[in-house]
Design a protein around this ligand. Structure first.
Ligand code: PLP
Length: 439
């Protein structure tokens, strides 16, 4: 049996149609910004695998750091009072980069488990403070926060919610702040205030004494690269502060260089949240690692002399702080700093966005939006959703035939190339997209 047949026979893929006859595309290798399929075709990977492979493929320094750590110590339990050096060193180095007093790290093995751990911490926190009724979580339409049962219950994409009975008693959605969908004639400032007021109203409707946290991606990724209006982050944080609602910034996509900074919350949007969740780019996708990053203020309020009786923190995983994953993250941070990846992203990213926006001239392009190397092209030909999706799919297929992988989602083509891409590579993405839109 060849690989594609074995795959179809045995492998259940995330977000796939179980009954589909579609042949999988088997990616066998990668070098730099390119990947190669099992037929030897080369593609410019404009999605970094899945918002992850920031340094591109085949980085030998990363491979060596991983291999060296495997030989030194492949694994040891992180439970209780046991530790291994890479996770300690990584927590220390990250604490030099995180905003404000976000200095505690609960390592996990994915973005979903990072978000799940953040919420478990929030529930534990309010239980410790004697406020057990403070359990409710507010998320936004079109959000994506993961695929465990709890985190999937916080996904605001309608298409992700069919055929599962998600948690409904403690989760609530509020509208997303997509300026492209703002009511006609409304100013961007009024639109921002409307969305902020809706969050406030939602808190008041549930009851501030019941709302534990608000979770938001700084720029919504999978839901369509939604960049909120100026001031939105600060105003939503102010609302949360007013009602003692904790703010979780889900930076699984936006941290570690994608927007030209280590963390987008503070450096791009000027806020210091209570908790930040990360994964993906933290190791450049070379190892599976995530983290819930929690403020000193929160941890100190419920630990040490302030600890409640029997408040043992029973949350964590076999692979929390896995030495090999942490060694990969340490090496990635070293390379990021040495190669000035953030500066590079700011320069190439602004060039990329400028060029990408020229695609707006085509009638099938409704919107082009993004920040730096996180972008999307929205195809709109009519009010009919199906028609718009079909157009985006056609553009996607043409791109692939021309050697470019983009990420199709509904009527969007989502782009997040490796951070090492140069201006010529960025131009190539735009040129192929342009040709694909025309053809
Ligand atoms: N949070 C955000 C913002 C994400 O984009 C994702 C994945 O795309 C997740 C959480 C879940 O991460 P993972 O797939 O590693 O569990």
């Amino acid at each position: 049996m060849d690989l594609t047949k074995k795959d179809k026979r045995h492998v259940i893929h995330p977000w796939s149609d179980l009954g589909s006859d579609a042949e999988p595309m088997v990616i066998e290798s990668g070098k730099g910004v390119h990947v190669f399929d099992s037929d030897g075709n080369r593609y410019l990977d404009s999605i970094s695998g899945m918002w992850c492979v920031n340094l591109g493929y085949g980085n030998e320094e990363m491979a060596k750091a991983i291999s060296d750590q495997c030989v030194q110590l492949a694994y040891y339990t992180p439970f209780g009072a046991m530790a291994s050096p890479p996770s300690i060193q990584l927590a220390h180095e990250l604490s030099q980069l995180t905003p404000g007093d976000l200095n505690f790290f609960q390592f996990t093995n994915s973005g979903s488990t990072a978000v799940e751990s953040a919420i478990r911490f929030v529930h534990y926190y309010f239980n410790c403070l004697g406020q057990p009724e403070k359990k409710h979580i507010i998320y936004r339409e079109n959000a994506y926060h993961g695929s465990t049962y709890l985190t999937a219950s916080l996904n605001g994409k309608k298409c992700d919610r069919s055929y599962f009975n998600y948690i409904t008693d403690i989760v609530h959605s509020t509208s997303d702040p997509n300026p492209y969908k703002k009511p006609e004639g409304m100013s961007i400032e009024d639109f921002c205030d409307l969305r902020v007021r809706e969050l406030k109203d939602k808190i008041l409707e549930i009851g501030p004494d019941k709302v534990a946290c608000f979770i938001a991606e700084p720029v919504m990724g999978s839901g369509g690269v939604i960049v909120p209006p100026p001031g939105y982050h600060k105003k939503t944080l102010d609302v949360c502060r007013e009602y003692d609602v904790l703010y979780i910034s889900d930076e699984v996509v936006t941290a570690f260089g994608r927007l030209g900074h280590y963390f987008a919350s503070e450096d791009v949007f000027g806020i210091v949240p209570d908790i930040i969740t990360v994964a993906k780019g933290i190791t450049s996708g070379y190892q599976p690692l995530g983290a819930a990053i929690i403020s000193d203020k929160l941890v100190n309020r419920i630990s040490g002399e302030s600890a409640s009786e029997n408040s043992y923190y029973t949350n964590g995983f076999t692979y929390s702080g896995h030495p090999v994953t942490c060694a990969a993250a340490l090496k990635y941070l070293e390379i990021m700093k040495r190669e000035k990846i953030n500066d590079h992203v700011l320069e190439v990213g602004s060039h990329f966005m400028k060029r990408l926006k020229t695609l707006k001239e085509f009638p099938i392009v409704g919107d082009v939006r993004g920040v730096c190397l996180m972008a999307c092209v929205e195809c709109v030909v009519s009010d009919n959703e199906e028609e718009n999706i079909a157009v985006a799919q056609r553009v996607d297929e043409h791109c692939q035939a021309k050697g470019l992988i983009v990420r199709p989602y509904e009527n969007l083509c989502i782009l997040s190339p490796p951070l090492i891409i140069d201006k010529a590579g960025a131009d190539q993405i735009v040129d192929i997209l342009r040709d694909s839109i025309i053809s």
